[in-house]
Design a protein around this ligand. Structure first.
Ligand SMILES: C[S@@+](CC[C@H](N)C(=O)[O-])C[C@H]1O[C@@H](n2cnc3c(N)ncnc32)[C@H](O)[C@@H]1O
Length: 205
């Protein structure tokens, strides 16, 4: 069934009271994809890890339970999402192990080479410029750092029926790999996860 445009817009840029509801539904909707992501990410104690488009913050909380005393940092452009995330991340924020900040793929408010790993799930469709986002992720990752992307592969024609193209820019795995390579990433692989149908791409800085 096609996603109504106003719900699609709220998924991309949650605002107001409805945005709070979207945040709750989204956490439930994307839980399976983020579980699979966490298995791939395999956070280790002491690693500094960035989630771009952290939304509700539930995945970041799971990361912080595993990478302590390392930093678990979330970045998101939506004020509503940041408020919801801060609610879920109170303990980590108080101890300083978790940080959450406003930003987006083109403006990540962190210093060069500050993370061992970075990931993003279901956000690529909303980036204004894929290459600008990968340039930023390349900048904030340390040499050898790992990037993991979870996204719907735009090669699937059914997705174009389901997700309004006025809101979603669906990239194919090949386009994503080419943009990663152009921004200096290497060891790029991508595969469809059989449990969720999501494509996961891995790359090294
Ligand atoms: C569908 S939600 C996914 C949230 C979370 N990653 C998850 O898997 O549940 C999309 C998120 O991307 C954020 N977003 C929108 N545009 C973005 C951009 N240009 N860069 C980074 N995040 C963005 C939204 O604010 C929202 O929190």
């Amino acid at each position: 069934m096609a996603k109504p445009e106003f719900i699609a817009r709220q998924s991309a840029h949650p605002t107001g009271l409805f945005g709070h509801l979207v945040a709750r539904v989204m956490a439930f909707d994307t839980a399976g994809a983020n579980r699979r992501l966490l298995q791939r990410l395999d956070p280790k104690p002491g690693e500094a890890i960035l989630e771009l488009g952290c939304g509700h913050g539930r995945t970041l909380r799971q990361v912080s339970a595993k990478n302590a005393p390392g930093l678990a940092a979330g970045v998101d452009p939506s004020g509503v999402m940041l408020r919801v995330a801060r609610g879920h991340l109170r303990r980590g924020l108080a101890s300083g192990q978790v940080r959450v900040a406003e930003g987006d793929a083109a403006h990540i408010p962190h210093a060069d080479e500050s993370f061992d790993k970075a990931f993003t799930v279901h956000t690529l469709y909303f980036w204004v410029d894929l290459r600008a986002g990968f340039q930023e992720l390349h900048r904030v990752l340390r040499p050898g750092g790992e990037l993991i992307l979870g996204f719907h592969d735009g090669a699937d024609p059914a997705l174009h029926e389901e997700l309004p193209d006025s809101v979603y820019t669906l990239h194919t795995a090949e386009e994503v790999a080419a943009a990663l390579e152009a921004e200096g990433f290497h060891d790029i692989t991508s595969a469809i996860d059989e449990k969720t149908g999501l494509t996961f791409a891995h790359a090294r800085r």
